[in-house]
Write a protein that binds this ligand. Structure first.
Ligand code: G3I
Length: 348
């Protein structure tokens, strides 16, 4: 055979092998590395990440965000301060940027969040409202935002963080002015505006069975009995190594499923006291594995979302001094032991 020809045949063989031909490995396995989303989908689940507008200039960051996940949550862009900065003046540009990016990447979106006591605009918090006034303001905010995103949002965190740690209602502007009925109203208004979106209540420190998750269980049961459109319970899962793993997570997910609700882990991160070391990272990996397995064990646990996927953009260091390293990718966008632990859990 001619030398050039030989070289060509050799190159072809290498290319075929690289494509998996003749090796018994499907070509696809070589084309595209298996992602968390791919693996989660095999279980009928999603694997998501939150993101925020300022980060979207970081191309290597965006590449992983766009490929590894199949669900996206805007970390701030859909909150009240961003979407209705002046009364009756709506600005969806930040949320739109993220929703459009997700759609371009064939990812679904969890909307976050319609009713929350934090990150409210000044016009709302700096004056007193009568119940009639605030009801109208709340209804308009919810319906304008949900209508704007109609058909583009898989699930909304309708009411966020409504309870205190002891299971009493948090004394928010909404609770104080409107009473506990604001929750059912918010769900009904959101449902009118987008009947296909799944509607969630969402909170932190509700992963274990305890007074706060009991309060949600009781409320969810009542709302379901009254026919209020509630479809899911979101457990944020902002965990911390120093406080221990919520070992009753799976039982907790199961009792909400028995009420006929979906559940989701919506804002997962597992922080530690810095500096990180091999032992802490190994424990963290084990926790990520455990919570992934807990979700997979309960049919109605529909998916898991990381509260951003990399330590580069985590909210933790700014809020908890001396803590961090909470996510499965490090600040250089390199996967940590937690990433491989999640993959192993999803491969089972
Ligand atoms: O927009 C301003 C910017 O103009 C200013 O220059 C900058 C300087 O600090 O602050 C910017 O606002 C920050 C905002 O994020 C947007 O980046 C706020 O200071 C900061 O407090 C805010 O933090 C957000 C936090 O919610 C507020 O409570 C985090 O990014 C966001 O990840 C976090 O998310 C919440 C969930 O919505 C609900 N569950 C808990 C979770 C963690 O707190």
């Amino acid at each position: 055979m001619h030398k050039n020809r030989l070289r060509l045949v050799g190159a072809l063989a290498v290319a075929l092998m690289a494509a998996g031909v003749g090796t018994g490995v499907p070509a696809q396995a070589h084309d595209k590395p298996t992602t968390l989303a791919d693996l989660a989908q095999r279980h009928g689940r999603y694997y998501g990440s939150a993101t925020d507008n300022p980060e979207l200039v970081d191309e290597p960051y965006k590449a992983i965000l766009g490929s590894e996940f199949d669900m996206i949550t805007p970390g701030n862009g859909q909150k009240w301060y961003a979407t209705e900065p002046q009364q009756g003046v709506f600005d969806f540009s930040k949320g739109d940027e993220i929703v459009n990016l997700a759609r371009a990447n064939h990812q679904r979106v969890r909307g976050h969040t319609l009713v929350w006591h934090s990150q409210l605009p000044d016009w709302l918090t700096s004056r007193e409202w009568t119940a009639t006034e605030l009801r109208a303001v709340l209804k308009k905010h919810i319906q304008t935002e949900v209508r704007h995103y109609r058909g583009k949002i898989y699930a909304w965190d309708v009411v966020n963080e409504a309870f205190n740690e002891d299971g009493t209602y948090r004394e928010t502007i909404f609770y104080k002015t409107l009473g506990p009925g604001y929750i059912a109203d918010a769900l009904r208004w959101a449902h009118q505006a987008d009947p296909k979106a799944k509607l969630y209540l969402n909170d932190y420190n509700v992963e274990a069975v305890g007074p706060k998750s009991d309060a949600y269980y009781k409320l969810a049961k009542e709302l379901k009995a009254q026919g209020v459109p509630l479809h899911g319970f979101g457990l944020q899962a902002h965990l911390a190594l120093q406080y221990g793993y919520p070992t009753t997570l799976e039982d907790n997910l199961r009792r909400f499923a028995r009420l006929g609700l979906d559940t989701a882990l919506t804002e997962v991160d597992i922080r530690m006291i810095l500096p990180a070391d091999e032992t802490k990272l190994a424990t963290q990996a084990q926790w990520y594995r455990d919570l992934t397995e807990a979700c997979l064990a309960v049919r109605r646990c529909v998916g898991i979302t990381l509260w951003d996927y990399t330590d580069k953009y985590s909210w933790i260091p700014a809020f908890f001094e001396g803590q961090g390293a909470a996510l499965p990718w490090d600040e250089q966008l390199q996967p940590k032991p937690a990433y491989f632990a999640i993959k192993e859990a999803l491969k089972k």
